[in-house]
Design a protein around this ligand. Structure first.
Ligand SMILES: Nc1nc2c(ncn2[C@@H]2O[C@H](COP(=O)(O)OP(=O)(O)O)[C@@H](O)[C@H]2O)c(=O)[nH]1
Ligand SMILES: Nc1ncnc2c1ncn2[C@@H]1O[C@H](COP(=O)(O)OP(=O)(O)O)[C@@H](O)[C@H]1O
Length: 226
C-alpha cells in the first residue's frame, strides 16, 4: 500500500479552515476531521466528554487539552487506513505533542488572514448548529435565506462570532497558536498562506497538495465524512 497522507489546517476563527477543508476533502479525497464538529457531535450524543466540553464552550472557552485529546486521538487511531486532514486540532502545544506521539504529519497548512477580514466574515457567518455547516450571506449564501440547504432547518449566528467577542478570541488564538506554529516551522512542514480571499488562496493550496499527495491516494475509499 502506498504511504498515507496526514495534514493539519490551522488558522484563527473565520480564516476559512472549514471552507478550505471541504475543498481539499472533495478534490483530494482526504477524510476531513473537524474538531469543532466532533465536539458538537459528542455534545448532541451526551457522551461524558461531550457533557464536559459543553460547560467550557458555553463560556466561550477552549475545551481543556486532556478532554480534547481523549476525544480526538482514539478517533484518529481508528483511521489508520485513511489519509486525513485535521481541522481545529491541535490548537495548543500540548495537543500538538499528543498528536505527535501517534503520527507523523506531512503538511501543516497555516492560514494567515487580516483581522479586519476575519471580523467582516464572522459578522456574516451563519451556522447550522447540528451539522456545523457554515454559510456567509455574501460568499456562500444558503439557497433560502436563514435556512440550511440540506435539512431546511433554521440557521443561527453563534454568540462568539460577534465582533466584540472576536477580538479577544483572536488575541487568545495568537498566543496559544504561536508555539504550535513554531514547532511545525522547525519541522519544515509548515506552509503559510496569506490573503483576504479563499478563492485566491485555494489554487496555491491545491498546487501544494498536488505535489505532496502520493498518487493513488485520491480515491473513493477516502471520501469526505461530510
Ligand atoms: N467574504 C468571504 N467569506 C469567506 C471566504 N472564505 C470563507 N468565507 C466565509 O467566512 C466564514 C468563516 O469561514 P470558515 O470556513 O467557517 O472558517 P473557520 O472558522 O476557520 O473554519 C464562513 O461564513 C465562510 O463562508 C472568502 O474568501 N470571502
Ligand atoms: N482543539 C481544540 N481545543 C480546545 N477546544 C476546541 C478544540 N477544537 C474545538 N474546540 C472547542 O469547540 C469550539 C468550536 O470549535 P470550532 O467549530 O473549531 O470553532 P472556531 O474555529 O469558530 O473557534 C471552540 O470554540 C472550542 O471551545
Amino acid at each position: 500500500m502506498s504511504k498515507l497522507f496526514r495534514a493539519v489546517i490551522m488558522g484563527p476563527p473565520g480564516s476559512g479552515k472549514g471552507t478550505i477543508s471541504e475543498r481539499i476533502a472533495h478534490s483530494f479525497g482526504l477524510k476531513h476531521i473537524s474538531s469543532g464538529d466532533f465536539v458538537r457531535e459528542n455534545i448532541s450524543a451526551n457522551t461524558e466528554a461531550g457533557v464536559l466540553a459543553k460547560t467550557y464552550i458555553k463560556k466561550g472557552l477552549l475545551v481543556p487539552d486532556h478532554v480534547m485529546t481523549r476525544l480526538l486521538l482514539p478517533r484518529l487511531e481508528e483511521m489508520t487506513k485513511y489519509s486525513w486532514l485535521l481541522d481545529g486540532f491541535p490548537r495548543t502545544l500540548a495537543q500538538a505533542d499528543a498528536l505527535n506521539s501517534i503520527c507523523d504529519l506531512d503538511v501543516v497548512i497555516n492560514l494567515n488572514i487580516p483581522l479586519e477580514t476575519l471580523k467582516e466574515r464572522l459578522r456574516h457567518r451563519w451556522t447550522h448548529p447540528s451539522s456545523g455547516r457554515v454559510y456567509n450571506m455574501y460568499f456562500n449564501p444558503p439557497r433560502i435565506q436563514g435556512l440550511d440547504d440540506i435539512t431546511g432547518e433554521q440557521l443561527i449566528q453563534q454568540e462568539d462570532d460577534r465582533p466584540e467577542a472576536l477580538v479577544a478570541r483572536l488575541r487568545h488564538y495568537k498566543d496559544i497558536a504561536k508555539p504550535v506554529i513554531d514547532l511545525y516551522k522547525a519541522k519544515s512542514i509548515l506552509y503559510t498562506f496569506s490573503d483576504t480571499e479563499t478563492d485566491r488562496i485555494w489554487p496555491n493550496i491545491s498546487t501544494l497538495l498536488s505535489t505532496k499527495i502520493p498518487i493513488g491516494q485520491s480515491d473513493a475509499r477516502c471520501a469526505s465524512t461530510h
